[in-house]
Write a protein that binds this ligand. Structure first.
Ligand code: ARG
Length: 460
């Protein structure tokens, strides 16, 4: 006879390597506490509905409690032959408390059981990720507050464009993360539903109370359709999708950190605690953590596309294909959680070389727009002002200088509208300060923005 919990109709057992191929215990052991929690709620519900006697209910609850303690102490051992976490735990329960343990699975299937575990798991992890995202936002805010008046080159096409407040640049990421939080928070609405009691696919003949078990598990509601309940993995896709976008944002900042900390830029220096050295080149200090986060973005995208592809064309209801939903999800939780923690630390501890950035903006052409705007403000059509300024930039390139180095008479050769006050206008600090349109980089606007951000985080 087979050891399998479903072995009744089988005449022979699969060979070990076949079992191994089908088993998920190697990874779904991660769901041990969620599985025990789901079972606990299920048994309480069975007891309340009179499907199990008080004595049976108490015996099973006692057994589950003991398993929970062992799980927390990492004392449980699992067998591949028992396929997955659900069957492993049920077997252990029955071994511990006797045949009454077999009553746990009344009115339930592994299909609604595993879906319940996943909902419980993802709900908590999503909340953790939201909290970590917020901590990262705080780290950004701290640096931003310290650097409102720090000038930095602003780029388009990675070419110097216009000078900006360094805080403004950093705060752009704050708002991306705010949207990420919004997506995770919104996804919680759909994670917060209980599939428990959907059975294999069609519900059950037992007079169960799905709302009661959902309430015990802290779910806000239940799935309305048992077939949907056991075959839905949208909530995981949503999680992976929100994670992918978050990683896209992290990888963009990672790329900037890598550039900024290069000798060519020299805008920041990462703390030693978040850098590594080279095994051969003694001078090296590498931004490994930022590179790794940029790299890990790929696996998160892969997990998203992997699950979407797994789900494509699956008939209702449960199919074993769906066992493939787990590793990508666990991996994403780990990757996103780790990346957020590292990033918060990296940003908090980095040194900003304000003087380097300020020097840089004083010796480039990122103030050319100031000159064009100056002429336009004096009535010259902007197109013409653009042309005049372009010619003066060209003069500078020929002479090997920047706009502020031209004499007034040099400038007046192109337009007599240019007067002595142009030198104040060309100062990078003026260029930034005067960009006071709503949401612009002007210092006052950046302060408004930081104020709003703090309000959002409840810090104002
Ligand atoms: N290990 C399975 C999974 O992760 C659990 C559900 C199995 N259900 C079934 N009918 N074989 O999807």
């Amino acid at each position: 006879m087979t050891e399998k919990l479903w072995g009744g109709r089988f005449q022979k057992t699969a060979e070990e390597w076949v079992d191994e191929f089908g088993a998920s215990i190697g990874f779904d052991r991660e769901l041990v506490l969620e599985d025990l929690e789901g079972s606990t709620a299920h048994v309480k519900m069975l007891g309340k509905c009179g499907i199990l006697t008080q004595e049976e209910t108490d015996a099973i609850l006692g057994g589950l409690e003991k398993l929970k303690e062992q799980a927390k102490a990492d004392e449980l051992e699992y067998s591949v032959e028992l396929e997955d976490i659900h069957l492993n735990l049920e077997k252990k329960l029955t071994d511990d408390i006797g045949p009454v343990g077999g009553k746990l699975h009344t009115g339930r299937s592994r299909n609604d059981q595993v879906a319940t575990d996943m909902h419980l798991y993802l709900k908590e992890r999503t909340k953790e990720i939201i909290a970590l995202t917020e901590d990262f936002q705080k780290a950004i805010l701290e640096q931003a507050e310290a650097h409102v008046e720090t000038l930095a080159p602003g780029y388009t096409h990675l070419q110097r464009a216009q000078p900006v407040s360094f805080a403004h640049h950093l705060m752009a990421y704050f708002w991306m993360l705010e949207r990420d939080k919004g997506r995770f928070t919104d996804s919680l609405k759909r994670v917060d539903l209980s599939p428990l009691g959907a059975g294999a696919l069609a519900g059950t003949t037992f007079p169960i109370d799905r709302h009661y078990s959902a309430e015990l598990l802290g779910f806000a509601g239940v799935y309305e359709n048992s077939m949907d309940a056991v075959s839905d993995r949208d909530f995981i896709v949503e999680f992976l999708s929100a994670s992918s976008l978050l990683m896209a944002h992290l990888s963009r900042l990672a790329e900037e950190i890598i550039l900024w900390s290069s000798q060519e830029f020299g805008f920041i220096e990462l703390d030693d605690a978040f850098s590594t050295g080279s095994s051969i080149m003694p001078q090296k200090k590498n931004p490994d953590m930022a590179e790794l986060i940029r790299g890990k973005t790929g696996r998160v995208y892969g997990n998203l596309i992997g699950l979407l592809t797994t789900l494509k064309g699956l008939p209702l209801a449960y199919n074993k294909d769906m066992q493939e939903d787990k590793e990508g999800m666990f991996d994403t939780v780990k990757t996103v959680t780790g990346s957020l923690r590292i990033f918060a630390g990296m940003i908090r501890t980095m040194t900003v070389n304000a003087d380097v950035m300020e020097q840089e903006v004083s010796k480039d052409f990122s103030n050319a727009t100031e000159l064009a705007d100056y002429l336009a403000a004096k009535g010259m059509p902007f197109r013409e002002a653009h042309e005049v300024t372009g010619k003066l930039v060209f003069t500078c390139i020929r002479k090997g200088c920047v706009l502020k180095d031209l004499s007034l008479s040099d400038m007046q050769e192109e337009s007599t509208l240019i007067e002595e006050d142009i030198y104040d206008v060309l100062a990078p600090v003026a260029a930034v300060r005067r960009r006071n349109s709503y949401g612009g980089t002007g210092f006052d606007q950046v302060r408004v923005q930081i104020g709003k951000a703090k309000e959002l985080l409840g810090e104002a």
